[in-house]
Structures are given as structure tokens and as C-alpha cells.
Design a protein around this ligand. Structure first.
Ligand SMILES: [Zn+2]
Length: 157
């Protein structure tokens, strides 16, 4: 499912915020791949480069973005999840739409409706200032993420 990251949170992925990249490369990503048995957790595809995706849970009332875990996505699902980025790259959009339709078993028009819905939600979330929290379970597994919510990286966009 498409999910656009509110602009206030751009550049604040776990990977970017983690000062210690070894934790990401040697533990977080391999752990996520092992949990997913090297398969995309959205569509089940295997093979090809897999993306370790940040799973955010948004509390729209309290404007808290909770980093709740990680999920393995294939390139196709990644292009759908972050379709805003896919649009920006100027790449052919047909494979993204085809993937979205196949995984959700829907027609093109329904895919457009799904993307419109995600865009409306994104615009609503863009009006807010978000606070990041990391789920206690993640902090237990990766104590290096302690303090990560306060990290304010310079945006590179
Ligand atoms: Zn997939």
C-alpha cells in the first residue's frame, strides 16, 4: 500500500538517523531479511535487491510518528510505497502501476483512487509538526537507537 512520508519527516529514516551504520548493516537489515525469509513481506516476491523499509505508525491526533519496526520490500513494492519518489524520478510509471494493481488485485482506476487517497492523507499530515518515537521493542533489540528520536538531521533535499 502506498504511504507517503510527511514532509516534516523527510530525511529522517532510521538509516539516516543512525550514527552507527554498522548496526544497520550488520544487525537491523540482516535481522529483517532473516525474519522475512528473504521474501517481500508485502507481496511475497523473492530474488532481486530487497529494501529494508521503516515501518512508521502515525498518531494523527498526537502528531507522533512511531518507528515500530522494519519490513522487507521488493523493489516493486518499494516503488509503490514511496510512489511520490517514483513520480519525482521521472521513471516510467507503468511498472509501478502494474505492480500496485497486481498485488492489490485491482484495476488501474482503483489504483489511481488509492494513490489519490494516500496523497490527500499526506497533504493533511504535511500541515503538522511531527515528533518521532521509537517503539520500546526496537529499543530493546537495538539500544543504539536510543536518542534517535531527538536527532534533527540537516535535510538534503
Ligand atoms: Zn513486493
Amino acid at each position: 500500500m502506498p504511504e507517503l512520508v510527511p514532509s516534516d519527516l523527510w530525511g529522517r529514516s532510521a538509516y539516516r538517523m543512525l550514527g552507527n551504520k554498522a548496526v544497520w548493516k550488520k544487525r537491523i537489515r540482516p535481522d529483517a531479511l532473516a525474519k522475512a525469509k528473504d521474501q517481500c513481506e508485502a507481496c511475497g516476491e523473492s530474488g532481486g535487491t530487497m529494501v529494508c523499509h521503516d515501518k512508521w505508525v502515525y498518531d494523527d491526533k498526537k502528531t507522533i510518528a512511531n518507528l515500530s519496526g522494519f519490513e522487507i520490500h521488493c523493489r516493486g513494492c518499494d516503488s509503490v510505497t514511496h510512489f511520490g519518489h517514483t513520480f519525482k524520478t521521472g521513471d516510467d510509471l507503468a511498472p509501478m502501476f502494474a505492480h500496485l494493481c497486481r498485488v492489490n488485485e485491482c484495476k488501474f482506476q482503483e489504483a489511481v483512487t488509492i494513490l489519490k487517497g494516500a496523497t490527500l492523507l499526506w497533504e493533511k499530515r504535511n500541515k503538522k509538526k511531527w515528533r518521532i518515537v521509537v517503539s520500546p521493542a526496537l529499543l530493546k533489540d537495538y539500544p543504539e537507537m536510543e536518542g534517535l528520536p531527538d536527532f534533527k538531521p540537516a535535510l538534503t533535499f
